[in-house]
Structure formats: structure tokens, C-alpha cells
Design a protein around this ligand. Structure first.
Ligand code: TXA
Ligand code: MG
Length: 329
């Protein structure tokens, strides 16, 4: 293996690297993605190898604009087209029946493909100049916390990227949303919420005028319901009203980090990792707070669950996955 990939701010270099088949970690408004030319099976295979991700797991294809939707989709329900018109560029992924040209390496062999137009200006420029689709999962090792800064990408994948092959990390600053895109299944008449994100279930219902299904059995992709988004510290997800009881019950020898709303005081000795003032800020700070807990080698991170409305639903979802779907009481 060669030298680990450099951090760069050079959009032209990133486009050239992608054309040459190299990997480029890119900033999006949600989290950083590890991108490769979606029309090159070899480049996509390198993304899976770098992440240590199973080959059956599909990746999202990032597009430069709404017009390219029909190059990648076989057909798009009209309600889903309305969502794309409303929320693209932005944190929404549509899972639609794939065009015949989409590679199995991208879809994991499924008949559908996940598509989105991200809104981060740096990556939009890369996409416009590249011209095609970029396959990009979050730029973390499989099952771990998604990166929200270029430095996080280097910490996650520095060893797996290779400057000798032209790989690089494009720095676009901290991600303004902080949690992964909303994923909507769009293969029939029913919008299916496959992963909550910053485009909320309320917004999906409003724009489509349809009832949005959030049945977990809609998620037909291997791995997607398992524990995920997990740091090394044990995450304890708690409801706000039981926080004091949970903190009082912890082993006195344990080192404990806390993520709780601003203004929420606790008596125990804990390391405050984040104090968000609202759910948007909670989403933005969540992953760097979990990473900080790991870098301090904390035994436990206690995190207060937000309400299930708006982007709070996405934060709850990621916390519950990190906590193995347990709410501690
Ligand atoms: O915000 C995001 O979506 C970020 C940024 C980089 O765009 N990307 C991201 O990708 O979170 P990834 O690969 O870490 O998560 C994509 C999720 C996976 O859980 C995958 O199973 C699901 O999207 N997915 C992709 N294609 C799908 C398909 N055809 N059917 C169902 N689920 C799909
Ligand atoms: Mg991911």
C-alpha cells in the first residue's frame, strides 16, 4: 500500500481523479461520502474494499441535476418526481426501479437504485464537471459512525485510501446537516420511509399528498436493519424524563459522556459531549460527539432521545441503532 491520500481543496484534481478511476471522499450536506465513477465496476469495487462493506449492499448514486434522473431510473412514480423537484438538490434519496444500464456492483444485484442530487456546493461542482453519476456510500468503515469532517474521513479510511493511485479527500468543511439523507422507496404507489433524515416524514406527506409507510419490513436490503452507526463506547439511549435515574444507576467506576439538550443540568460527574439547543443542532453535532467519546476512551455515552418529530426522528433512529435498539430506563 502507498502513501495515504491527501486532503485537498482542489475540485479540478478531484474530477481528474474520478475520471482516472480513483476514489475521492467528498463533502455532502449530510455526511462525507466515498465516491467513485458509478459506471466503472472496478472503481465501485474499490469503494466496497476500502469500507470493508459486503458486496450485496447497494450504494447511492449521486447525480448532478434532476435531468439526469431518467438516465438512471427505468420509471419514476409521479409523486416521487414531485419529491425530487421539491427537495433536490438536498438530503433526499429516492429508491426507484433501475435503468437497464445500472451496474449490479451499484445495486447489489437488486432491481432498484438509490439516487440523489446533493446540495453541497463543492460536490455539486464536482458532479457537474464530472458529468456522470458518482456511487458514494458514507466514508466510514462498514458499520461505524459516518464522518462529518474531512479529518474524520482520514481517521476512518486514511489507511485504505492510496495517494499513489490518485485517491484524495476533498475538504468542504463540516457537514451542515450531519445525519444521512432521508431514503424513500419509490417503486409503486406508496412512499416508503426507509431511513429518516432531514427531509421529514411530515414534508413527504405534504408534498405527495399520500400516506407515508414507515413499516420496517419495507426495508429489503441486507444489513440495513442491524445495529449500525456504532462508536466504540457503549451508547445508552434514554428518554429525557429518566436521565437522572439512569445516571444514578451507573457503575461509579465507569467514565461517562453525556449528550443532552442545552440547559439540562445533571449532578453526576460526566463529560458533556454536546448540548444542542434544538434538533437541527443535535443532528449536526451527533456524530462528532460520538467520535469525541471514542477519542476520550469513554466507557459509556448516555444520549437523551429527541422527540420523534421533524429531524428528531432521524436523530432517534441513529441513536437507537447505535444503542442496539435498547432504550435504557
Ligand atoms: O446522506 C447520504 O445518503 C450519504 C451521503 C454520502 O450521500 N450516503 C449514505 O450512503 O448514507 P450509505 O451507503 O452509507 O447508505 C445508503 C443506504 C444503505 O443503507 C443502503 O442499503 C440504502 O441506502 N440503499 C441504497 N440503494 C438502495 C436500494 N436500491 N434499495 C434499498 N436501499 C438502498
Ligand atoms: Mg453508511
Amino acid at each position: 500500500m502507498g502513501v495515504s491520500a491527501p486532503i485537498s481543496g482542489d475540485i479540478g484534481a478531484a474530477v481528474a481523479a474520478l475520471r482516472a478511476g480513483a476514489l475521492v471522499a467528498l463533502p455532502t450536506e449530510t455526511v462525507y461520502g466515498l465516491a467513485a465513477d458509478a459506471s466503472s465496476a472496478d472503481s465501485v469495487a474499490r469503494v466496497f474494499a476500502a469500507k470493508g462493506r459486503p458486496a450485496t449492499h447497494p450504494v447511492i448514486v449521486h447525480l448532478p441535476n434532476l435531468r439526469s434522473l431518467d438516465d438512471w431510473a427505468d420509471h419514476v412514480p409521479s409523486w416521487a418526481r414531485s419529491l425530487a423537484e421539491t427537495f433536490w438538490p438536498g438530503p433526499l434519496t429516492l429508491v426507484v426501479p433501475k435503468a437497464s444500464t445500472v451496474l449490479d456492483a451499484v445495486t447489489g444485484g437488486q432491481e432498484t437504485v438509490g439516487l440523489r442530487v446533493p446540495s453541497h456546493q463543492v460536490t455539486l461542482q464536482v458532479l457537474e464537471r464530472f458529468g456522470g453519476g458518482l456511487a458514494a456510500p458514507s466514508a466510514n468503515r462498514y458499520g461505524r459512525v459516518s464522518p462529518t469532517t474531512a479529518q474524520h474521513v482520514v481517521a476512518e479510511l486514511g489507511d485504505a485510501l492510496d495517494a499513489d493511485r490518485g485517491d484524495l479527500v476533498l475538504d468542504g468543511g463540516p457537514c451542515p446537516v450531519g445525519v444521512e439523507s432521508t431514503i424513500v422507496g419509490a417503486w409503486d404507489d406508496t412512499p416508503r420511509l426507509l431511513r429518516p433524515g432531514a427531509v421529514t416524514a411530515e414534508q413527504l406527506a405534504e408534498i405527495t399528498g399520500l400516506a407515508v409507510s414507515a413499516d420496517p419490513t419495507d426495508v429489503r436490503v441486507p444489513g440495513s436493519t442491524q445495529s449500525h452507526y456504532a462508536p466504540t463506547s457503549q451508547v445508552m439511549a434514554v428518554e429525557a424524563d429518566t436521565l437522572d435515574d439512569v445516571l444514578a444507576s451507573l457503575d461509579v467506576g465507569a467514565t461517562v459522556g453525556l449528550i443532552a439538550p442545552a440547559g439540562r443540568k445533571v449532578i453526576s460527574s460526566v463529560v458533556r459531549l454536546a448540548s444542542p439547543t434544538d434538533d437541527d443542532e443535535y443532528a449536526r453535532q451527533l456524530y462528532s460527539a460520538l467520535r469525541q467519546g471514542d477519542s476520550l476512551s469513554l466507557d459509556i455515552v448516555v444520549a437523551v432521545l429527541p422527540q420523534e418529530t421533524g429531524v428528531g426522528r432521524a436523530v432517534r433512529d441513529r441513536l437507537l441503532r447505535a444503542a442496539d435498539h435498547q432504550v435504557t430506563r
